[in-house]
Ligand binder design. Structure first.
Ligand code: SF4
Ligand code: SF4
Length: 343
């Protein structure tokens, strides 16, 4: 039971920060078409700064940290970072592109609750076409290494749905099953925000590479309808993370991009229960909204409760931000789930 997280969900104040996504570096060893992360940024957080951040996060009620980036496995001192946060009540998850998993898994095997590997296609051709580099076989070797290890963490696949892979939904679920991972999740590629480093890199996404045409959006609805019918047992068991409603939410998002529907209503309250911390210490209310401060000045509690972030939370709550109205995120934690710690 957690009364502080419950209070977060019914106010615009942060009494606790249970979920944090920490970008440990902006460097990446892949070249995905929907993202511009490439090189580490000047002035990324030092190990000492991460240590001090870890202490603040533990004091502020951290329950789950997700290491992301860029590609977190290119940061050499990631095992030390994991050690700072190793506590019985804190889950540590790794969100990785998997390219270095085979090489670095042994150093970090004991820290993770879950390893989430981004895999955007059931074959090398589809995955590599999106990810920009011949990487599929190496990633699958990394996944197999985790699966063979004793007392392994959970391991799951995450596929970013877009023009180059939407027809392969069924094969991706089949691939996940055949390789033996614990689950697979799907999300829609974001085309609107400045996330994924597009602002800093000065690059913009090529909309037509990622979004579906009108005809493809119609086809995608049929694909998802068949998929949902065929995979009811996998959805019920949680092997497929998204339920029927969330999968149809993705369909409607692509229909809206194609101009044949309105955007689906989001009930996201990410800024009430989580924050994103970038590799240079900026604090973001979620993946997509602008930074409201930095962990390099003031205390964490002060930054999390600045007038700017409280105003942002109010606008998220009233659903008045255009960014929220066109968002791919579906994180929603009800006050009851928050109270029971079930999220
Ligand atoms: S989406 Fe992930 S793997 Fe691809 S370039 Fe960006 S950070 Fe790297
Ligand atoms: S809907 Fe999207 S932009 Fe709005 S708070 Fe949630 S994650 Fe952020």
């Amino acid at each position: 039971m957690n009364f502080n997280i419950f209070l977060n969900t019914i106010t615009n104040q942060s009494f606790s920060l249970p979920l944090v996504i920490l970008y440990v570096t902006a460097g990446c060893n892949l070249r995905c078409i929907m993202c511009s992360y490439r090189n580490p940024l000047p002035g990324e957080l030092s190990l000492d700064e991460v240590k001090s951040l870890s202490e603040s996060l533990l004091q502020f009620g951290l329950r789950h940290i997700v290491y992301s980036g860029g590609e977190p496995l290119i940061r050499r001192d990631l095992p030390e970072i994991c050690r700072f946060l190793q506590r019985p009540r804190v889950k540590q998850s790794l969100l990785t592109n998997g390219l270095l998993l085979e090489k670095r898994y042994d150093e970090m095997a004991s820290y993770f609750y879950e390893i989430i590997v981004s895999l955007d296609g059931p074959t090398a051709e589809i995955h590599n076409g999106i990810r920009g580099i011949e990487s599929f076989d190496q990633i699958v070797e990394g996944i197999q290494k985790v699966l063979r290890s004793p007392r392994r963490p959970k391991i799951s696949l995450r596929a970013v749905l877009q023009r180059k892979n939407f027809r392969h939904l069924d094969e991706m679920a089949g691939f996940a099953k055949s390789v033996g991972v614990d689950r697979i999740s799907f999300l829609a590629a974001d085309v609107y925000s400045q996330a994924f480093h597009r602002d800093v890199a000065g690059k913009s996404l090529n909309f037509d590479d990622v979004a579906l045409s009108r005809q493809e959006a119609v086809e995608f609805r049929e694909i998802v309808n068949r998929f949902v019918g065929r995979h009811q047992a996998d959805i019920k068991s949680g092997f497929i993370s998204e339920n029927d409603k969330k999968l149809h939410h993705i369909v409607q998002y692509f229909e809206a991009l194609a101009g044949v529907s309105s955007f689906p209503r989001n009930h996201c309250n990410a800024p009430m229960v989580s924050a994103v911390i970038t590799s240079t210490g900026d604090l973001l209310p979620c993946f997509f909204l602008p930074a409201f401060g930095t962990i390099r000045s003031g205390t964490l509690g002060e930054t999390l409760n600045s007038p700017a972030i409280r105003a942002t939370r109010a606008r998220v709550r009233e659903y008045s931000l255009e960014r929220c109205q066109k968002c791919v995120c579906t994180l929603s934690v009800s006050p009851m789930s928050a109270f029971l710690g079930q999220f």
